[in-house]
Structures are given as structure tokens and as C-alpha cells.
Write a protein that binds this ligand. Structure first.
Ligand SMILES: *Cc1c(COP(=O)(O)O)cnc(C)c1O
Length: 462
């Protein structure tokens, strides 16, 4: 399987190269040259299969000969062994026809563990084989960084640097990044917003001399291997609810568009997905773009669902690539316009997007209300991101088609917001109960590319 860039100007890579590279050299994002199809029989054969087996069958055709069957089986087994639930991604019913897909049973209590634990094992296997060493740099609004650190801590061939916006992540998120003791873990608190962190990471990747000198590798949500890992739970959830025999819809609390884009890939593979509903918080640029066509980032307004406080949604570029009929030149043009302040999606591309995606938004008060009413009606405590999804799903779901809302984080990861809304403080699962006692280790950094590059060079000069 070969991978091509959304901007059409970077070399084609195989799966392993695309995974190790992250961002393409033309600034684009990698996508498979074609999307493998699952037949109805392939989907039906997954009924009752363990999560790991489904993961193998869904991902195998995308991986080509980068990993052998035996390697891939081992990688998947190790990736999910540390999860706190045997089903890995269990479904819970909220109402007739409305389900929650619990994606928070991994080591950092958010869905990012599904991708990151897998990518840690993929990197380790690939790097061990070639004797290489890489420097992983990522930007996080909270959950990606903790998941990356958890996945890479203690590995020999990897240094991991995570930039997070100083003072804008929850205490649990911060502590999950700053308490690991391994010397290959570097938590960097940047003076700025998440979008600043993301921009500085992009700058480092676009500085080719620096990129090559420290062997930069990216594991942000633009990394194709992460998207691929997330395709799996759409398939397992849909099969549990009757696919391939009946369609299912999903509502996805969205920030960088990685998770919902994985659903789009599942649909393109042949999974009978009716609607993919993009749920945004008050930072609703995606909802506005999908409903009106205009994509003009303004400022970020911090919310109680901070992992969705995003104005530049990096994986949206992948959806645009398909919406523009795989025209890399058109995508490159839009991204140039974005640098100048924004763009408007063409009529044809907007119609293509609307064929798969619906959208909605939840204000801060609506998010709090969804936490409260879900608790009152079902006894479940949900995190604020999930609450955005539940609110939008209730508006958008159609009778007769099951709606699955992705529960993207454990409520204990955002205890203040949950307590504020519901009066109940969700406890951490027992395996992480001592998180608040562990000592923290963090480096404060300015929003300055030169200073960051110097720091990384010093820390990786072994
Ligand atoms: C990252 C994250 C999101 C947004 O996911 P994207 O793939 O960036 O759209 C939603 N909820 C939680 C809890 C997250 O950590």
C-alpha cells in the first residue's frame, strides 16, 4: 500500500515511512492511495470477534508489507493489554436507539490511547528493526500529550517532547504528562494557546535541516497510523448494533477532526454508516464551515471541553482532499488562503462533505445541562466532551437508525467541570489514584521557534 499527500507534491511512501514521517514534506497529510473495501461477508465475520482480532482484520490491508502478520498480531496484543476493560471499547445504552461508545478505558482515560498505544508498539518494532533513533514532537490540548507520553515512556529509541498550552490543560492531564520519571520524556509548557503549540510543531517539521538533524517524528492526530487505529472501533460498534444488516450513525465530539475522519474511512471501506455527526463546542468553526461553507479562524474561547478548543482543525484537510475529488492542487490553494485568513469551500465540495457529515454545536451551558440530564436519566456521569456529543446527537438522531455517541474521555479526567454541572466529583479509577501525590517535572518555554529548536537539540545530544 502506498500513501500520497493531500497536497500532491510529496513523494509516495509506504505505511511505515508515512507513519515515521507524520507531516508530508509539501506540508500535506498522508492518505492511502486507495481505500480497501470490506465486503458484507467480511463485516459479518467480525460478529463476536475479540477487539484485537477485529483490529487486525480492519488494519491489515492498509499496512502492506511494512509489518508481517506475526508482528502486527503482537503489536496489537501489546497495545491493548493495558486497557482496563476486556471489550476495550464497550457500548453502553443511554436511551432507546442511543448508545455511548466508551473509549476511555486506556491508560490515560481518553480515546487517544487507542491510537497512541498502537503507534508506540509500531514505532518500537520498526525502529528496533533498523537500529534508528527518533525524536517525537507533539502538540497537545491535553489528551494527545498524555497518551503519547504513556505510549513512549521508557522506550530506548525514542525521545518524546510534548508542547502543551501553559495553564490551559486540566490538572489530571498536566499530571499525566509531568509525572512520568523516565528521562526520555520531556513535558514543555508553552506560553500560548493550543494552536500556537500546533503551529510551532508544524514549523519544526517545515525546517528540514532541523527535522533531519534530530530525526523528528510526529504522532499528532495528523499521523495516518493514528487515524487508522481509530477506524477499528467504528467497525466493532457498528457490528455490535447489527452491521452489515442495518446502518448505524455516529456523533463525534470533534476538535482536530481525526476521530470523525476515521469514521469517514470506515464508511468508505463499506461499513454501513448513515450519518457522521461532527459535534463542536463553542469553538464551532467546523460546524459553521459544514453548514455555511466559510472557514475563517477567529480566536479560541477556552471551554469546559478543552480538548476541542481548536480553530485550525488539521485533519479537516483530509476530508477536503476527498471533497475536492483528490485534487492536491486545490487543497494546497485552500491552505495558502488559510494562511491569509481563511477560505470558502466550493459548492461542489460542500455537497460532497454534506453527503457524509452532519454537524451541530453545544454552548457551555448546554454542555453542562447534558452532563446533568444524562446523569438524571441514566445514572451515568459523562465528561464534558462526551456531553457535547450527547447534546448534538439528541438533536440529530433519526428514528430507526441507532445513534452511537463517542465517549471520548473518562469523567474523572475533567472533575471540576463535571462537579460544577452535576454536583458529583468523579473519582479516578483505582489504578491511578496516587496521581496527585507524584512529583511533577516540566519545562516552561516561550512561543519561539528558535528557542524550542535549541532546547530539543541540547536534550537529544546523546
Ligand atoms: C482529542 C479529543 C477530542 C477531539 O478529537 P479530534 O480527533 O481532535 O477531533 C475530543 N474529546 C477528547 C476527550 C479528546 O481528547
Amino acid at each position: 500500500m502506498k500513501y500520497v499527500s493531500t497536497r500532491g507534491q510529496a513523494p509516495e511512501l509506504d505505511f511505515e515511512e508515512a507513519m515515521l514521517t507524520g507531516l508530508a514534506r509539501d506540508g500535506g497529510l498522508y492518505l492511502p492511495k486507495f481505500i480497501p473495501e470490506m465486503s458484507r461477508a467480511d463485516i459479518a465475520a467480525l460478529e463476536g470477534a475479540p477487539y484485537e482480532e477485529a483490529a487486525f482484520r480492519v488494519m491489515r490491508p492498509f499496512i502492506g508489507d511494512s509489518f508481517t502478520d506475526a508482528e502486527l498480531h503482537g503489536i496489537i496484543e501489546r497495545a491493548y493489554a493495558g486497557f482496563g476493560h476486556a471489550a476495550r471499547a464497550p457500548l453502553v445504552q443511554l436511551d432507546s436507539g442511543h448508545f455511548l461508545l466508551e473509549l476511555f478505558h486506556g491508560p490515560t482515560l481518553a480515546f487517544k490511547d487507542f491510537a497512541m498505544q498502537l503507534i508506540g508498539q509500531l514505532f518500537e518494532t520498526a525502529l528496533k528493526r533498523s537500529g534508528r533513533r527518533v525524536c517525537i514532537v507533539g502538540a497537545t490540548s491535553g489528551d494527545t500529550g498524555s497518551a503519547a507520553i504513556e505510549a513512549f515512556r521508557g522506550l530506548d529509541a525514542v525521545d518524546v517532547f510534548i508542547l502543551f498550552p501553559h495553564g490551559r490543560v486540566s490538572e489530571v492531564q498536566r499530571r499525566q504528562m509531568t509525572t512520568p520519571v523516565e528521562s526520555n520524556v520531556h513535558a514543555l509548557a508553552l506560553d500560548g494557546h493550543f494552536d500556537d503549540c500546533q503551529a510551532r510543531v508544524k514549523d519544526m517539521f517545515n525546517d528540514f535541516a532541523f527535522r533531519d538533524a534530530v530525526a523528528l517524528a510526529g504522532v499528532n492526530s495528523i499521523n495516518w497510523a493514528r487515524v487508522l487505529a481509530q477506524v477499528v472501533y467504528y467497525v466493532t460498534a457498528a457490528v455490535s448494533l447489527g452491521a452489515p444488516h442495518r446502518p448505524v450513525s455516529f456523533t463525534v465530539p470533534t476538535g482536530n477532526f481525526g476521530d470523525v475522519f476515521a469514521g469517514y474511512i470506515a464508511k468508505r471501506m463499506g461499513l454501513p454508516i448513515d450519518r457522521l455527526v461532527v459535534a463542536t463546542n463553542q469553538n464551532d468553526i467546523l460546524h459553521r464551515c459544514l453548514s455555511g461553507g466559510a472557514y475563517h479562524p477567529s480566536g479560541v474561547a477556552p471551554s469546559i471541553s478543552p480538548s476541542m478548543d481548536i480553530q485550525v482543525s488539521s485533519n479537516f484537510e483530509r476530508a477536503l482532499y476527498y471533497a475536492y475529488g483528490r485534487d492536491g492542487g486545490a487543497v494546497a490553494q485552500l491552505m495558502e488562503e488559510l494562511k491569509e485568513g481563511g477560505f470558502t469551500v466550493s459548492q461542489g465540495a460542500r455537497e460532497a462533505l454534506r453527503e457524509s457529515f452532519d454537524s451541530g454545536r453545544a454552548s457551555e451551558s448546554e454542555t453542562g445541562a447534558a452532563i446533568r440530564t444524562t446523569r438524571a436519566r441514566t445514572g451515568q456521569l459523562i465528561c464534558p466532551h462526551t456531553a457535547v456529543g450527547v447534546k448534538v446527537a439528541e438533536e440529530r438522531r433519526a428514528p430507526g437508525t441507532p445513534m452511537v455517541t463517542l465517549a471520548t474521555a473518562h469523567p474523572a479526567k475533567f472533575p471540576d467541570a463535571v462537579e460544577e454541572a452535576s454536583g458529583l466529583r468523579p473519582p479516578l479509577p483505582p489504578r491511578m489514584a496516587d496521581l496527585y501525590e507524584r512529583p511533577e517535572r516540566v519545562t516552561a518555554v516561550a512561543n519561539d521557534l528558535g528557542a524550542l529548536e535549541t532546547l530539543l537539540k541540547e536534550r537529544t545530544a546523546h
